[in-house]
Design a protein around this ligand. Structure first.
Ligand SMILES: [Zn+2]
Length: 291
């Protein structure tokens, strides 16, 4: 597989739609900024896949942030994705984690917060309790509550020849009310037979053919999925400009420079006293006039 991608498809005549996402490079890039313990890395992979599947259902330009929060040793796992399938994310944890730790033991008492932010319009937030045993059950639960549409998800992570993979599928009854439970259950049973190895190593067309060759499937143009953070030195500078000048100058005197850290990608942006002076002189016309 050359590129990380998302395929959407439709079963003609039965009002069920599907999505298949296959990630490798973006998964590796997103998880290489910290020394994530294996169970967190897997959870980040599953959450990337789930977020990619969710953003593909957006009918407008915008982004979705899926946050798993709790009081356990892993208090936060978050992925943000937009309509162009650009993903970023991070996780926090403390202490050692056993390799076979469960989702519940990692997160503790917790919830999943899904924030949908259109570029134009109101933001929407949905919250589901972390009641399912797996992330896929929790997200299925979210879909059934928020959209009242029968939905199934498959989220898989693993590695092949040392390369990390995160893949998944989604099946959903179309909102036109024409889809029957029987058709949906039949397609879900076929999808249940998908093997990790197939998801990780085969081209999307081949995975779909193996699963659904007796069905009438229409596959749409795929979308590339990439990891990229939207942070920048400019954005960090405007964040500094929003703080009181004296406050910032005091911090620079105390520590030599000001460091802003991006939690999503791990980049540090450093500003020394000359940079700070430039930021405030540029952003504040009134201070210019005093020279
Ligand atoms: Zn960043």
């Amino acid at each position: 597989m050359a590129q990380d991608s998302l395929h959407r498809y439709l079963f003609d005549g039965v009002s069920v739609r599907g999505e298949l996402v296959q990630l490798s490079n973006s998964f590796e890039q997103l998880t290489c900024s910290k020394e994530y313990p294996a169970p967190i890395k897997n959870l980040l992979g599953e959450l990337m896949v789930a977020t990619s599947l969710l953003t593909a259902t957006l009918k407008f330009e915008g982004s979705i942030t899926v946050q798993i929060q709790g009081d356990g040793p892993v208090p936060l796992v978050v992925i943000n994705g937009n309509h162009d399938q650009v993903l970023r994310g991070t996780a926090r944890w403390h202490g050692e984690l056993a390799d076979d730790i469960t989702l519940q033991d990692m997160i503790g008492k917790g919830q999943i917060v899904i924030t949908i932010e259109p570029e134009k319009g109101e933001r929407y937030q949905g919250i589901v309790g972390l009641e399912g045993e797996t992330l896929q059950e929790c997200i299925e639960d979210y879909f059934e509550r928020s959209e009242q549409l029968k939905t199934r998800l498959w989220l898989r992570t693993g590695d092949v020849d040392g390369k990390n993979h995160a893949s998944g599928m989604l099946l959903q009854v179309m909102p036109d009310g024409q889809g029957s439970d029987e058709d949906f259950d039949h397609l879900a049973q076929l999808t249940d037979t998908v093997k990790n190895e197939e998801l990780f190593t085969l081209a999307a067309e081949d995975v779909l053919y193996r699963l659904y060759h007796q069905e009438n499937v229409k596959v749409f143009e795929p979308k590339n999925v990439t990891f990229k953070c939207t942070c920048s030195r400019e954005r960090s500078a405007s964040a500094i400009a929003a703080i009181e000048r004296q406050e910032v100058e005091k911090m620079v005197v105390e520590t030599g420079n000001l460091k802003l850290h991006c939690d999503y990608c791990g980049t540090d942006y450093e500003f020394d006293s000359v940079d700070i002076k430039a930021i405030f002189d540029q952003n504040s016309p009134s201070s210019d006039s005093m020279h």
